[in-house]
Design a protein around this ligand. Sequence first.
Ligand code: GLC
Length: 419
Amino acid sequence: MNALSDNAIEILRENDRGTYTVPTKGLYPFQWNWDSCLTALGQRHFDEARAWTEIETLMAHQWPCGMVPHIVFHKPDDGYFPGPDVWATGRPVPTSGITQPAVAGFALRRLFDLAKDRTAAETRVRALLPKVAAWHRWFFATRDPAGEGLVAIVHPWESGRDNSIDWDEAFDRVPTEGVSPYTRRDTQHANPAHRPTKEQYDRYLWLVEHFRSLNWETSRLHDASPFRVVDPGFNGILLRACADLADLADHLGEVEIAAENRHFADRGLAALEGLWSDKDGQYLCKDRVTGTLVQSQSIGGLLAAFAAIPQDRAARIAQTIDSHATRFRVASHLPSDPRFDAKRYWRGPVWLVVNYMVADGLARAGQADAADAITASSLDLIRESGFAEYYDPNTGEPLGGGRFTWTAAMVLEFLSMER
Ligand code: GLC
């Protein structure tokens, strides 16, 4: 064991609340959806049973319609806003009413494939498989009502890339009038200059209040939202999860789940081609309200490589990443764009979770050098700057929350992939 992995394990243990792990103390005191699935991949390195539990706890709070919420508020905590009273989703254990990137299917397959305890893995994955399948079914039924093959997000928080430049234009359509007065908590834990702005927060809240007025009927939110964006990163994760779930289902003899998820993956991959921009060397978001591509070169369009995109696309994406020429890879937005902001959350900083998924996808598409460069850069960054939430891609300055769970989990994964 080297010191880096010891530190990572210590952080994962410190943020462990028994059956779920908080992203970091203070700033995020509950269970977050994609954080947990990626955290399990770190936990498997020192406690396989605990890793399964992390995902089981998340899936235990799935809604009857199939949606898996983005936050589970296991215990009251005033340190975070908006809390359960704002969401008011009426769930037995309070949750938010929107979702997050569907990494669970990928995480299940990885946990299963690499599990040392084969018997336990088979029992646990069998119980989780239909739940993740129901979530995927929910996605295509409610977020792709016209059957285009790709799903839309209805709130920027669903993307996991809260304040990305990708959302700016579509977000302008979201009103701010009538939002109930509120006090932010995030800016009390982290530097306000590195966080989303007040105007963005008003719009985040307007959408929450709007969906609440629809009684959180998830089948109504898509058409009722003034914000509907098809994010290549979000879809890339979902399509990868569908393909992985199909393979798992085949292995377990669950033929219907296998066929359904293979169909989602194949149809989605074909539709994803409609988001490719040759000029930009990456995929772009599509605004489903206006039907146009969004001219914003963010990490979302590189993260699509997590799915089985064509090899020539993956090669172009590797070149695009090289062209960023920042000291650390991968900036969450094109550095030469005047809107790039090296310190503000998802508008420029490096995030280890996306590095991990981009590297994994590129490696699978035959771009081993590009994948290795991301792995090496990620580990250099941690050695220099510790386990932060995100980092300035030019200086490596650690930003946001400290002793961050998913960063620690990804370090354990990167160390095991290092060649
Ligand atoms: C922020 C991130 C989101 C993450 C959450 C908890 O909201 O943007 O992706 O899930 O923090 O870490």
